[in-house]
Design a protein around this ligand. Structure first.
Ligand SMILES: NC(=O)c1ccc[n+]([C@@H]2O[C@H](COP(=O)([O-])OP(=O)(O)OC[C@H]3O[C@@H](n4cnc5c(N)ncnc54)[C@H](O)[C@@H]3O)[C@@H](O)[C@H]2O)c1
Ligand SMILES: [Zn+2]
Ligand SMILES: [Zn+2]
Length: 357
């Protein structure tokens, strides 16, 4: 599409901006189309970001297939994608944290900033959060997106566009390790070696875990976990972790059996963090919880994790090789969503919209 350059908006820094953009829109379950839409104008303290890379998340695939996740129902056409990197192309009024041309990654949830949870620093629990690609908020499979400047983070040039997009799922791992209190010497079990488990396991190592054990039911994923630095891998089809052998469980499969055997593997006063989302109701071994005084908590996204995640990725203590998968163009979002995950060429499909460089 030939870009049409129009007026300059706002008193912010001046830069040419196209009037129209392409967006990949989920119109109904299984139906994705490219649509032309206006380029949004950054409001007060907002920045306009030109999108570079966007990771495909399991939740995108779920919305594509089923049109809903629990109570979140796609009632109107929706742009998917929330694991995004890009570059700042325009500053709205009063936006001072970024400069035009800066390479960035996006934290997709904008909380209200005023409620009790926000004021307590637990902004991931804000009931009024607007989260990209969660109905009715459009996501990042689009050329341009407006974001509040506080939820846009500069990334150093050592991080490529795809890596910068992975700061979002990496944040899930950082949050899980924080909630679990992973510390030097911790013995950690991660159940499920998809992108989230593979990242959480690396964060646990970076936190100084003495031993990181990863379980999965797919040999290729266990191999990847070993390459990424797991000390021990378990094939959950035939092996179970030893009873009372770990301090921390980070459950990243969403599978009841994994949670149950993971809880059994916890030593007294151990901590279980439930990241994986599966059935609404599952059974847990209450006797182990009581007699060993175990802690069990869920996690919902993350809060205040982006600086730590960017630092871990930049220093190389967390790597993405084997996690980053095949590239798809914006016109190919539907193929990326229907491919889901692939074992031969990386776990996570990446939609390459542009380049931030
Ligand atoms: N809590 C949150 O805020 C949050 C955020 C992002 C993702 N998630 C959830 O985290 C989970 C992981 O995400 P992902 O993208 O890595 O998904 P994924 O489906 O790629 O990974 C799940 C892995 O679990 C493995 N598995 C299946 N049965 C198992 C068993 N019995 N024991 C051990 N492993 C088993 C699968 O083979 C797979 O590799 C999903 O349930 C997702 O919904 C939660
Ligand atoms: Zn996600
Ligand atoms: Zn709030």
């Amino acid at each position: 599409m030939a870009a049409k350059y129009g007026s300059i908006h706002g008193p912010g820094e001046l830069m040419g901006r196209p009037e129209r953009q392409r967006a990949s829109v989920l119109e109904a379950p299984g139906v994705v189309r490219i649509e032309e839409r206006p380029v949004p104008v950054p409001g007060r303290r907002e920045v306009l970001v030109r999108i570079a890379s966007v990771g495909v998340c399991g939740s995108d695939v779920h919305y594509y297939r089923h049109g809903r996740i629990g109570d979140f129902v796609v009632r109107a056409p929706l742009v998917l994608g929330h694991e995004a990197s890009g570059s700042v192309v325009e500053l709205g009024e009063g936006a001072t944290r970024h400069r035009v041309g800066e390479r960035v990654c996006l934290e997709p949830g904008i909380p209200c900033g005023r409620c009790e949870q926000c004021r307590s620093g637990r902004y991931n629990l804000c009931p009024d959060v607007s989260f990209l690609a969660t109905p009715p908020i459009d996501g990042a499979f689009t050329e341009y997106l407006v974001m509040h400047e506080d939820f846009v983070y500069a990334v150093p040039d050592q991080l490529g566009d795809d890596e910068a997009a992975m700061i979002e799922p990496l944040s899930v791992g950082v949050w899980a390790c924080r909630k679990a209190g992973v510390a030097p010497g911790s013995r950690v079990l991660v159940t499920g070696a998809g992108p989230i488990g593979a990242l959480a396991a690396q964060v646990a190592r970076a936190c100084g875990a003495a031993r990181v054990t990863v379980s999965d039911v797919e040999p290729a994923r266990l191999e990847l976990a070993l390459r990424l630095g797991a000390d021990v891998v378990l094939d959950a089809r035939s092996e179970a972790p030893a009873s009372a052998s770990v301090d921390v469980l980070i459950e990243c499969s969403g599978v009841e059996r994994a949670l149950r055997s993971g809880i059994e593997a916890l030593a007294p006063a151990g901590r279980a963090v439930l990241v994986g989302m599966g059935a609404d109701e599952i059974r847990v071994p209450v006797a182990a919880l009581q007699t060993r005084e175990l802690w069990l908590t869920g996690t919902f996204r993350y809060a205040n994790t982006y600086p730590a995640a960017i630092a871990l990725a930049t220093s190389g203590r967390v790597g993405f090789e084997g996690i980053l998968g095949r590239h798809f163009a914006l016109e190919e979002v539907e193929s990326a969503l229907s491919q889901g995950v692939s074992h031969d060429d990386g776990l996570k499909p990446i939609v390459v919209v542009g380049s931030a460089g």
